[in-house]
Structures are given as C-alpha cells and as structure tokens.
Design a protein around this ligand. Structure first.
Ligand code: PLP
Length: 435
C-alpha cells in the first residue's frame, strides 16, 4: 500500500520524528529506514532515533536565540538521553552540556565536549564527583546546598585552586502545572536554595566570602513537561528581584519545555518558549546577563521511538485485551513512575486503521508493568512490531535490568542508513560486575 506524504498521518504527526512516514510496503519509516527491517537487523526492543530530527531541534533553539541576541547558550540537558553519540551530535550542533553526575560528565568528555562548556548539576554531588570535575576543569558548577559549598571549597583549597566559576541553584517558589514528581521550582523541594526562606541570600553571602568560588550566575529549573510559558516569565521576574545588586553574568532558567506524547498534545513551539524567556529577561534585567537554557526532553523526546515485538495477545472477554511486548518497565519507566501516557502503533501495519482498544503490557513480573492502558491499534497479532513514539527522552536513561532483562540497543537513522551506537546488553554483561 502506498500513502502519499500529504495524506500520511505519520508524516503529519507531531509525535513521530520529522521525516517519518508510511512507506510503500505499509511500514513505518524513520530517518529513511524501514522500521520492520530495523527490527529484523537489530532485534527488539530497541531505541530508534532520527538523527536529522535531533539536529533540527538543536538548530531551532539556536535560531530562536540568534535572531534575538548573541549573548546566550543552549545546554543539552543530557540526563534525557545520556548516549555518547547524542552528546556528539549536541556538540557538533554547537550546544553546551548539562551533566548531573560523574557518569554523565564522563560520557560528555568521551564525546569530546570541551570541559569549559560543561555545567555540573546535582543535589548531592559526591566528593569523588567534585574531585573529578575539578581535575578535568569543568567550566561551571551549579551549587545546590550548604554542605556542597563546604565540600567543594575544601577540595579546591586542598589543590590550591581559586575562583572556580559557580552558579547557585534557586527554588523561586513557582509551581508550573505538571506532575508533582517533575515540579522542581517550589520551595518544598530537595533541590537548591529557597528564596522565600532566606537560604538563597545566605548562600550568596557564603559563596561571596569564599575565594575558592566565584559566583557568576543564578540557576532555576521550575519543572518539566511544561505547556504554559507564563511561569517562566514569572520565574525570571522573581530571580531578577533577587539578583538586584549581585552583578550576575549568567542566568540559567532551566529546561522543561513540554513535548507531544499524544497526538492531541499541543506544546508551545521552541521559538515561543525562547521568546517568552528572552522578553522576560529584557523586561527585568539591565544590563542583560547571558541567558542560558538547558532543554532535554524537547531536544530528544520526539526524535526517538521504541520498537518491540508482540509476544502474546490475551483477550479477556468483555473486559480487556492485553498485548504483551518484549520490554516494558525496564526500557520505559515513565508510565509506572508518574503515570505518563503514550500512544502506540504497529510498524508493520502502519497504514491500517486502528479498530481495537488494547492495553500494552510489558514482560516483567509486576501487574503495574503496563506501558499503555487502553490505546487503539489494528487488531494486534503475535509477531507484530509495536512502536511507541515520543520515547526519545528518559527512556534509555531510566532503563534498568529488572528481571535480568538486558538493556536495548540504540540505533541512529539518517537518510536510509542505520548506525548502531549502543549495542544490546548480553546475558554476560549482567554478570560482568560480579566478583
Ligand atoms: C536542572 C535541570 N535542568 C534541565 C532539565 C531538563 O528538563 P527537560 O528534559 O524537561 O527539558 C532537568 C530535568 O530534570 C533538570 O533537572
């Protein structure tokens, strides 16, 4: 079956990577690659990314800023997809990078990032992580607590280093409407220094009195999967009030732009997100600090899909049909962690109408291992290749080995060519750390 691009719901969809389509065989095609062939070549489950889509989204951030100012920096929040090849793409596109652990720092360095362009986050960075960061010369450390200030300062004193550039992570007391687990800017948070409780002001004094540290900026990340832009403007206003008299060189207002997980989701465009932040900066600061943003999900989420094989179809008459796939909570924890909703399709029958309501279950020993409750598919059969779009963010990074399931490979597709960038784990990998 052939579907012309303009009538192809996949090509028109906002949940699939741009350039995806239904090909002449009636199969889903991503980055010019037939997904059914990818399943045969790389096995399932697998994470599939469209490389061009990753680059387009990075470009969209850069273009939105460049048309307004040259005093900006876009950081890839790498926790969304800490995959060396994706760090490399981010670097090649001209992004800086936000890392949230020693492991992410290590991967960013392996991908060739200049340490100067690395920003180290984390609400409990260990002494070993801080030492590593100082050894490699990480450009900016985002301080999160008084204990960390003390720890960082002691380590810097021990090596005789002064003036490490640091930023303070603040909780401006803004609560965007998103799941409470991914709200981070409210006062009652494990992250950062509160403005309302006076801890932020105390932290400024502590850092300024310490010659090992050079306070160059403020940071706030108010949450993730945000569709309303107004809370960002509000956060910038609140931070500007706090910054009076501080001589701030950098203002990092986090990531958080939402994406389309479901066809009806209408997240704001990257351009609108940048406009709101930059306009708020102009209204509230004089002179303007350098504006930093650190998107994760909106760079990689819709660029990736996960593919599975259907293994069983269990029909409970009058109640529900469970379609079990060869993955689940080990490759996509978000539905179980915070009730995240996804859609699904059959990659081998992508042009067929969805005529049955089914529940997509994983293969793990938990009743809660359900990827999608009540979604529409063409009547599914054993051996179908099931695809869940919009799984490019926080799928790979939260993957685990529950039930001894090896973690899936990562494949980048571009112009019809597929590149394996992370191989599938093997059973032997599961034993590799045993002593
Ligand atoms: C400090 C910080 N910056 C950036 C991000 C990226 O957020 P998102 O992927 O929603 O853009 C996060 C996500 O948790 C974060 O904690």
């Amino acid at each position: 079956m052939s579907v012309r691009a303009e009538t192809d719901p996949i090509a028109a969809s906002s949940v699939y990577p741009s350039g995806s389509r239904c090909n002449h065989r009636g199969h889903l095609e991503i980055g010019g690659c037939d997904v059914v062939e990818l399943a045969a070549e790389f096995g399932t489950p697998a994470y599939i990314y469209a490389e061009a889509d990753l680059r387009v989204r990075a470009d969209a951030y850069l273009a939105a800023f460049s048309s307004r100012t040259d005093n900006f920096e876009v950081l890839f929040a790498s926790k969304a997809a800490p995959i060396r090849a994706i760090y490399e793409i981010a670097r090649e596109q001209g992004l800086s990078v936000d890392v949230a652990s020693g492991g992410e720092l290590h991967t960013a360095l392996a991908a060739g990032f200049d340490p100067e362009r690395i920003y180290l986050h984390g609400n409990n960075k260990t002494e070993a992580e801080l030492r590593y960061a100082f050894e490699v010369g990480v450009g900016h450390l985002i301080l999160d607590s008084f204990d960390e200030i003390e720890r960082a300062s002691a380590l810097l004193r021990a090596v005789g280093k002064q003036g490490q550039r640091v930023m303070l992570r603040l909780t401006p007391g803004i609560k965007p409407s998103t799941h409470s687990y991914i709200q981070t800017g409210q006062l009652d948070s494990k992250f950062g220094f509160g403005l309302a409780d006076g801890l932020a002001a105390r932290a400024v004094g502590t850092v300024q009195a310490d010659p090992t540290l050079d306070l160059v900026g403020l940071h706030a990340h108010i949450g993730s999967q945000i569709f309303e832009l107004e809370p960002y403007a509000k956060a910038i206003e609140v931070l500007a009030e706090f910054a009076v008299g501080l001589d701030i060189e950098l203002l990092n207002i986090g990531g958080g732009l939402g994406i389309a997980y479901l066809e009806d989701d209408r997240p704001p465009a990257i351009e609108a997100y940048v406009e709101v932040k930059y306009e708020a900066l102009k209204r509230n600061f004089d002179p303007l600090p350098r504006l930093l943003v650190e998107p994760g999900r909106s760079l990689v989420g819709n660029a990736g899909v996960t593919i599975y094989s259907v293994g069983t179809v269990k029909r409970i008459p009058g109640l529900r049909t469970y379609v079990a796939v060869d993955g689940g909570m080990s490759d996509n924890l978000r539905p179980m962690l915070y009730g995240a909703r996804y859609s699904a399709a059959l990659a081998n029958r992508i042009g067929e109408p969805a005529n049955s309501t089914v529940t997509i279950a994983g293969m793990h020993c938990e009743s809660g291992d359900v990827l999608i409750r009540d979604t529409e598919l063409p009547d599914p059969r054993v051996g179908d290749i099931l695809v869940t779009p919009a799984t490019g963010a926080y799928g790979y990074s939260m993957a685990n080995n529950y039930n001894g399931i090896p973690r899936p490979p990562v494949v980048l597709c571009r112009d019809g060519g597929a590149r394996l960038v992370v191989r599938r784990e093997t059973f032997d990998d599961l034993l590799r750390r045993d002593v």
